[in-house]
Design a protein. Sequence first.
Length: 412
Amino acid sequence: MSGGAHQNGKPSADRGRLAGVRCLLAVTGSIAAYKAVLVLRALQEEGAVVRVAMTEAATRFVTPLTFASLTGVPVITDTAPPAEGEIPHVAGGREAEVVIVCPATANTLAKLAHGVADNTVCALLLAAPARLLIAPAMNPRMWDHPATRRNVAILEGDGHHLVPPERGAMACGEVGEGRLAEPARIVDAVVEHLGDRPLAGRRLLVSAGATREHLDAVRFLSNPSTGRMGFAIAEAGRALGAEVTLVHGPTEVAVPAGVEAIPVVSAEEMLAALRSHLADCDLLVMAAAVGDLRFPAPLPGKCPKGELPAALTVEATPDLLATLAAERRPGQLFVGFAAESGDIEAHALAKLRRKGMDLVVANDITAPGIGFASPDNAATLLDGDGGRWELPRTDKRTLARQILLHAARLLA
């Protein structure tokens, strides 16, 4: 099963400079707002997954329905209620790797420069963890005004990046600098803004989710893993340029765009799928929560409750990571996860050495608000040579990117 489809069935490129990259496109109230549609399409053609937010003024130039139809997800506005479970000023921004303000009016530049959050879009932009990529569009006199120049300097000083407007004829009839940059130039700036893709040309193999060991057709041994961390690893790896294969247990998490996904159920099935792709990968990340025990002789069909055995015999499942480590070729990098309690780092390092890993991501399963079924996580990254890196609590996708950036440095 391939995950090359865009969210909600909208098409996206499996191979592009922005394949799998999540973008937030914030559209503000300029007559150039219609060009944001062209920017959206250009981003999608490069494989990006785009969410759109619009100010009330922007909706007077282009309807939210236009963007919703092209992205397949609701547009964030002041008047449109957020989807269930979303927070208006966080939705779409927290997970975005790049946030693009296009077109950005003089009014919006002033608000962002001075931290004014008087509409949903500005609040969202202030809350977004990513640095902004800003493409201004306005009358040439407004662009040249000292106040606008001061605001631009403030934003650049804060680390945001601008795609300067171009010189040309304006809608008002004037000619000068203030015209929105062409869509191709804005997309090139997005690619440059993201920086190097350190896993470009690399093959990443990821395991994710829980396995199930069936007693009969409806009863099984498993654990609480949802697969979110492993799926975040796969998504972040694609954004960093890798060709990603994701082997996952049963889950309700959507497969990231541009990722080859192989669904499995049992530990034995997961091992077979991973072994079939091991030789070709450069980086293996074992994020799956593989069950330790299985029933040696599963019962056919559904066993009636009154006929269930009084005692159940179990046996150990295969040790996936140790088995794969024994078959690794030179130059491959292996990363594993250790969800532990007690002396977490000692347990994690013992696992690293026992199973032949290069890096281990140690998690505290007793810490509230992180781990299984949580959108957030925190970890300590350890190697076998005394290296130790604290990864503070954040959303799982950000954590995944941090782990992979460290792994990419080792591969390089």
